[in-house]
Write a protein that binds this ligand. Structure first.
Ligand SMILES: *Cc1c(COP(=O)(O)O)cnc(C)c1O
Length: 361
């Protein structure tokens, strides 16, 4: 069996220990004679899986009791609609545009109410996070929306915006569980799980109870997208993405074993430092975003020569470094170095880059 170093932005690398355990349990989950894929979502077995997953997530993120945790399906993109459908009670929201995912979320919300784009970094191809210390946020905005880690461009908010008392909604898809966060600073924290937590299709929504206590913003909100109904039913209103939730649960336990979110942060900072330190001294490769806003999950870089970029991606692939091609809107390369990427993977990539640089002077 040959595993590659997978630098994909998503679906992305998962911990080997998790994959092995899932493989062992595939035919017979803990003596029940069937796979998790085959069992009823109303069974005792699955009830334990989903409850344990929620509890482990609560422990890891230190989620206060007045926040609901829901596991839904449809990925992060469906949440783009869930957010306004549940929260846009005044029919207005403020969006900060730092990349494709924030842009898409704003466009989706606009179908349901007024969207005020209070800041943007589109002027420089989203290569920085705008100053959000004193934004012109409408008084009656229901929430302020951010995409906290910009998967495509490789930027991250290292300081949350000053929302001036408004509820903060954050898409953390690509930085989920990568470091500790203070959940109380948010009204909603959500993500699709296929970047850092599990298989695609599952979304995790962490929402402050009072925001959904009276039900959604619109009576037409589909039942499946109604966070209050989903929370009241413990994410079991219908058949949830059972197998995906099971894998997420295993990843939560893996993170606990790795020292929780503090441990993850140290592990991730170490990897990012190895790569950025190399980029900063390289005469061939350059990072593409402002240093102060650099993500420690997604690292885009270029040589400045498209042909050479292509050659690098091809040679890297042949050497066992997969999915390094940059997003089509940025070009060049992107290394996604999520939680499950081992330090050794980044060290080997950097050694490969150094060798490539020497050979292509
Ligand atoms: C990948 C990604 C999405 C979209 O996720 P889907 O599950 O494919 O809808 C949204 N936001 C961010 C930040 C992402 O990285």
């Amino acid at each position: 069996m040959a595993r590659v170093y997978n630098f994909s932005a998503g679906p992305a690398v998962l911990p080997e220990a998790v994959l092995k355990e899932a493989a062992e349990e595939m035919m017979d989950y803990r003596g029940c004679g069937m796979s998790v894929m085959e069992m009823s979502h109303r069974s005792k077995m699955f009830d334990q899986i989903i409850k344990e997953a929620e509890q482990d997530l609560r422990d890891l993120m230190n989620i206060p009791d007045n926040y609901k945790v829901i596991f839904l399906q449809g990925g992060a993109s469906l949440v783009f609609a869930e957010v306004p459908m549940n929260l846009m009670k005044n029919g207005k929201a403020a969006y900060i545009i730092t990349g494709q995912w924030a842009k898409k979320a704003a466009a989706e919300a606009e179908k349901y109410g007024e969207v005020v784009r209070v800041a943007s970094s589109a002027d420089k191809t989203f290569s920085y996070i705008p100053d959000c210390s004193d934004l012109d946020i409408p008084e009656d905005a229901d929430y302020v929306y951010i995409c906290e880690n910009n998967t495509i461009y490789g930027t991250k908010y290292w300081e949350l915006p000053n929302t001036k008392g408004h509820v903060l909604v954050s898409d953390v898809s690509s930085c989920f569980l990568s470091e500790p966060i203070d959940v109380t600073k948010y009204g909603v924290v959500y993500g699709g799980v296929q970047k850092n937590v599990g298989p695609s299709g599952v979304q995790i929504v962490i929402v402050r109870e009072d925001l959904i206590a009276d039900g959604p913003a619109f009576k037409q909100t589909p039942t499946m997208m109604d966070w209050k109904i989903q929370a009241d039913n413990g994410s079991l209103y219908n058949t949830p993405p059972c197998y995906g939730i099971y894998i997420c649960g295993k990843v939560f336990k893996w993170i606990k074993n790795m020292g929780g979110l503090e441990g993850m942060k140290a592990h991730n900072e170490k990897k990012a430092k190895i790569l950025y330190d190399f980029l900063d001294q390289s005469e061939l490769f350059k990072g593409t975003v402002e240093k102060k806003d650099r993500s420690i999950m997604n690292v885009p870089f270029v040589t400045g020569n498209e042909e050479l970029d292509k050659k690098f991606v091809a040679e890297a692939k042949a050497a066992g470094f997969e999915n390094l091609k940059g997003h089509r809107t940025v070009g060049g390369m992107r290394a996604s170095i999520y939680n499950a990427m081992p330090i050794e993977g980044v060290e080997k990539l950097v050694a490969f880059m150094a060798e490539f640089e020497k050979n292509n002077k």
